[in-house]
Design a protein around this ligand. Structure first.
Ligand SMILES: Cc1cc2nc3c(=O)[nH]c(=O)nc-3n(C[C@H](O)[C@H](O)[C@H](O)COP(=O)(O)OP(=O)(O)OC[C@H]3O[C@@H](n4cnc5c(N)ncnc54)[C@H](O)[C@@H]3O)c2cc1C
Ligand code: SF4
Length: 327
């Protein structure tokens, strides 16, 4: 049993003050952090419960939305503005976990949930993320769920979130507050690739609190979707997922957004697909070439070679669906 203190501050300033204590961690719905505490992977000395902070959704002057980080996944997915303006986000959220977990889980916690690599949870295994410098048992072990893009010899884990894949495609902004004041980060810059320091998963500074996410006004996102391919129809993490939006004008692709989940240490913005598609006439062949371009840098492991073809095909299927006017 590891003793820890528990506080539930009423505002962000008080939460940041509490989190300045050594070993403190913010607590959202606890659906990931408490599991990790039970497994002994996380041993916080203090839990600072942030579920009482901002959970509102407010309109921005330019037509975007600002979403308080304490909102539950369920409330965010159900919001009518989110459902109509950013359908890929609602679809991504409801593709994740179970209704009970989504009721508890917060937006801030979803962003910072840890990998589902089995060796990370097993303290008998070598894991550079859990214990830097110890090695990585996934490299030669069971690595069917692991990364095919952007991995390193130090870590081949994937980021497990569905919601984050949609935020990457939508060019969201993350609002942060800490001892040094407030700042904003493009969502794509929040999570890191593993490199030599897989224990550093984000660009957050110590004690920094995620206060809100902003979604830009993005009319093309009304024609967007999210598809998750997994081993079971529910309650399973993505083998591969695709969030995409497509804007076609006069028979030509004017703009496109694509992000992938289940393939890398962070939500993977498919910039190559996007660059290869802009200005093209939509067709399955064009989508196939673009997806092959993105996956040309894939480095599969012993058990996950199937993900390369699966990712290619899922990109083509989702873009074809959107081009056909089927959300
Ligand atoms: C059985 C099961 C199945 C699941 N399936 C899926 C799935 O298919 N897809 C999917 O996307 N997710 C899935 N999840 C994960 C789930 O979505 C996450 O556990 C959840 O989103 C985390 O949110 P939380 O509020 O409970 O975070 P917590 O567990 O409370 O916290 C997670 C991390 O975020 C930090 N944190 C929380 N809030 C803030 C903040 N505002 N600022 C800074 N740091 C913060 C905490 O310190 C902690 O490190 C599953 C979980 C379970 C248990
Ligand atoms: S893949 Fe990453 S999280 Fe998994 S065992 Fe290796 S270092 Fe740890």
């Amino acid at each position: 049993m590891n003793p820890f203190t528990y506080t539930r501050p009423a505002d962000a300033a008080a939460a940041i003050h509490e989190a300045a204590h050594a070993g403190a961690r913010y607590l959202g719905g606890g659906t990931n952090l408490v599991d990790l505490m039970r497994e002994g992977v996380e041993r916080p000395a203090a839990l600072v419960d942030v579920t009482g902070l901002d959970r509102t959704i407010t309109e921005l002057p330019d037509g975007g939305l600002r979403i308080g980080a304490a909102i539950s996944n369920t409330a965010l997915a159900a919001d009518r503005r989110v459902r109509t303006r950013y359908p890929m986000l609602t679809r991504a959220i409801v593709a994740g976990a179970s209704a009970q977990i989504r009721n508890m889980a917060t937006l801030g916690g979803n962003l910072l949930q840890r990998t589902r690599c089995l060796y990370f949870y097993d303290d008998a295994a070598r894991c550079n993320k859990r214990q830097p410098g110890s090695g990585c048992d996934a490299l030669e072990g069971f690595n069917r769920m692991h990364a095919i893009l952007g991995a390193s010899d130090a870590c081949v884990a994937t980021h497990p979130s569905d919601l984050c894949v949609a935020l990457a495609a939508l060019d969201a902004t993350v609002h942060l507050e800490g001892a040094d004041g407030k700042r904003a980060l493009p969502f794509e810059a929040l999570h890191r690739l593993p490199g030599d320091t897989p224990e550093r998963e984000t660009e957050l500074r110590p004690g920094e609190l995620i206060t809100a996410i902003e979604l830009p006004a993005l009319p093309m996102a009304r024609r967007s979707t999210y598809r998750k391919v997994r081993d079971r129809a529910s309650y399973a993490f993505a083998l591969v997922s695709v969030a995409a939006a497509l804007e076609i004008e006069d028979g030509t692709i004017k703009d496109v957004r694509v992000a992938l989940g289940g393939v890398a240490h962070k939500p993977w913005r498919a910039r190559t697909v996007e660059a290869l598609l802009r200005g093209q006439q939509p067709s399955e062949e064009v989508f196939r070439r673009a997806s092959a371009g993105e996956l040309s840098s894939a480095r599969p492991l012993r058990d996950n070679g199937f993900k390369v073809e699966l990712a290619r095909r899922t990109i083509v299927a989702v873009l074809s669906q959107l081009a056909g006017g089927r959300p």
